[in-house]
Design a protein around this ligand. Structure first.
Ligand SMILES: Nc1ncnc2c1ncn2[C@@H]1O[C@H](COP(=O)(O)OP(=O)(O)OP(=O)(O)O)[C@@H](O)[C@H]1O
Length: 330
């Protein structure tokens, strides 16, 4: 479990004051994967540096399993850092060391006995599927395999939290899927708390239970995936379940509605229900259906013929758990 409370980081550059983190708070339970998404300059790297104690926050606190990290003394810093395992965008392996030696490195630094290191390294390599590559050097591994080594190394100090900084940004889509699947399986097996810092919405879609949107150093939206998607006005909902394409230029007269629905209702034939109940033809203009978290979500843009009873249809949809947004009435 990780709890970040009112984290602020202010940089002073000559006369200029840069507020990189402006009161960031978040709470992630053990066993949850939380995505922090933001554009360039939002404060993601600063947040990573503050969480890993590479940089001291100006104020605020970071607690792992209720143990405060941000204010520990310099002497306790090294032990405190071990509670958060770090996975980088480019695995950051040592080229002169084999896979096994890279994973062993943090354990050597803290003076772990050799026999314990060997045992631990082979268990970790099995966990990440690299048993047969123990003696390979980074140059002999693919990008995905290098990232697996990075994950094994991050887990070597038995952290409570795995902090992944753009873990798939340098990988192709297939390898991205494999690495996200590995992060999920490691989470399941070790009941880890995972934070994934990313600029890729796809990563949030595939791997996260909950998400925060970081913008100019502040979290402007956050929540469980199901919750944020179900709010059609939200930026995260629009990014996670975008409506493909613009309205066709030559649209016959009628009213255009956007429908967003989830859970059991997503599988229900909502369109035929409107057609039957109101005895009219429904034109589907665009739509997407996605499995996000535990649920299926559908986002549809429909057109109703001129003269339809929009109020009654909207009430019918809302009663069936559908969020309705009026797009255009001709
Ligand atoms: N050491 C520093 N000194 C001064 N300003 C800084 C420092 N580090 C970051 N900043 C500023 O803090 C803000 C957030 O930067 P940060 O690098 O954390 O964003 P980011 O979301 O990681 O962006 P990117 O994805 O491009 O790396 C920016 O305005 C940046 O210029």
């Amino acid at each position: 479990m990780i709890t970040v409370t009112d984290l602020r980081k202010v940089y002073q550059q000559g006369d200029r004051t840069v507020v990189a983190l402006d009161g960031v708070s978040l709470h992630v339970e053990a066993g949850q994967i939380h995505g922090i998404i933001g554009h360039s300059g939002a404060g993601k790297s600063t947040l990573v540096r503050c969480l890993t104690l590479l940089d001291r926050p100006t104020s605020g606190s970071v607690a792992v399993n209720n143990k405060e990290l941000a204010n520990v003394s310099d002497t306790d810093l090294r032990t405190a850092r071990r509670r958060i395992g770090m996975v980088f965008q480019h695995a950051n392996l040592m080229d002169s060391r084999t896979t096994a030696q890279n994973v062993a490195f943090p354990l050597e630094l803290i003076g772990t006995p050799k026999s314990t290191i060997n045992e631990k390294v082979s268990a970790l390599l099995e966990l990440v599927g690299l048993t047969n590559f123990a003696d390979a050097y980074p140059s002999q591994l693919s990008g995905g395999q290098r990232q697996r080594v990075g994950i094994a190394r991050a887990l070597s100090s038995d952290p409570d939290v795995l902090l992944c900084d753009e873990p798939t940004s340098a990988l192709d889509p297939k390898t991205t899927d494999e690495i996200l699947a590995l992060i999920k399986s490691v989470r399941d097996r070790l009941n880890l708390t995972v934070l994934i810092i990313t600029h890729e919405m796809n990563v949030v879609k595939q791997a996260c239970d909950s998400v925060s949107l970081l913008e100019a150093g502040r979290i402007v939206e956050h929540g469980d995936i199901e919750k944020v998607v179900a709010n059609p006005a939200g930026r995260l909902s629009q990014a996670l379940l975008p409506m493909p394409g613009d309205l066709p230029a030559q649209l016959p007269a009628g009213t255009v509605l956007d429908l967003l629905y989830s859970g059991a209702s997503a599988a229900e034939p909502i369109i035929s229900s409107i057609s039957r109940t109101f005895n009219l033809d429904v034109n589907v203009l665009a739509g997407s259906v996605e499995n996000l978290g535990e649920h299926q979500f559908a986002h549809l843009r429909i057109q109703l013929p001129e003269g339809s009873d929009i109020n009654a249809i909207t009430a019918h949809l809302i009663a069936n758990g559908v969020a309705v947004t009026l797009k255009e009435a001709k």
